[in-house]
Design a protein around this ligand. Structure first.
Ligand code: 5GP
Length: 213
């Protein structure tokens, strides 16, 4: 097996307002070999969001049906709504050699790491808390109460950052996208993610030596 045959799962988390969505869209536009998983959610679409592009927007009943069918790789409840990763698309992309990006929160990230120990976990951080607040306000799509809930949640999630492989600070978008791409490329070459290839070469060496005797 060629070592670049199989893609890896890349989990990207970060507080709301850190610009993860924009980052991911730029990464996929600028570099080849990535696929972005579209999650399912029970939250209402925001202005400008489309079904099947940002999310699959479904009812609570539809979501629970998907859970019952084992159709989700993971799911979590975040700010009173369900969010989950449809299984089929992710598995097909990985088999096809693509690196699949999951933009999900901490609980989901930990569930993925358990199922796929070779997954790469990245956490996007704002340059400062003040900047995060400014970005959340600037988005103008949420009420003061929702923003507060998200800041509280951010504080909670900040305690889980140690579980990630790398942090990415989103100050300048272009720099950040480039950094992420390089982290993912580098991760594909760790021994732990290439054991099949390594074992193959070891076996070939062994065979070669035996042949020489
Ligand atoms: P938002 O409502 O701002 O789009 O997303 C809220 C949070 O849910 C974000 O932290 C986002 O990363 C997370 N999220 C989106 N999709 C999924 C998913 O499929 N699973 C999990 N566990 N979290 C998700």
């Amino acid at each position: 097996m060629d070592r670049s045959d199989k893609g890896i799962l890349v989990v990207v988390s970060g507080f709301a307002g850190t610009g993860k969505g924009t980052l991911m869209k730029s990464l996929i536009r600028e570099y080849e070999g990535y696929a972005l998983s579209v999650s399912m959610t029970t939250r209402q679409p925001r202005q400008g969001e489309a079904h099947g592009r940002e999310y699959f927007f479904v009812t609570r009943e539809e979501f629970e049906e998907k859970i019952a069918q084992q159709g989700l790789l993971e799911y979590a409840c975040y700010c009173d709504n369900y969010y989950g990763t449809p299984r089929e698309y992710v598995e097909a992309c990985l088999a096809g050699g693509k690196d699949v990006i999951l933009e999900i929160e901490l609980q989901g990230a930990l569930k993925i790491k358990k199922q796929y120990p070779e997954a790469l976990l990245l956490f996007v951080m704002p340059p400062s808390a003040a900047e995060l607040y400014r970005r959340l306000l600037g988005r103008g799509t949420e009420s003061e109460e929702v923003i507060r809930k998200r800041l509280l949640r951010a504080l909670d999630e900040a305690r889980g950052i140690e579980n990630y492989d790398y942090i990415v600070i989103n100050d300048d978008l272009q720099t950040c996208v480039k950094q992420m791409h390089h982290m993912i490329r580098a991760a594909r070459n760790t021994p732990a993610r290439n054991m099949e290839f390594i074992e193959d070469v070891r076996q070939q060496l062994d065979d070669l030596l035996k042949g020489e005797k």
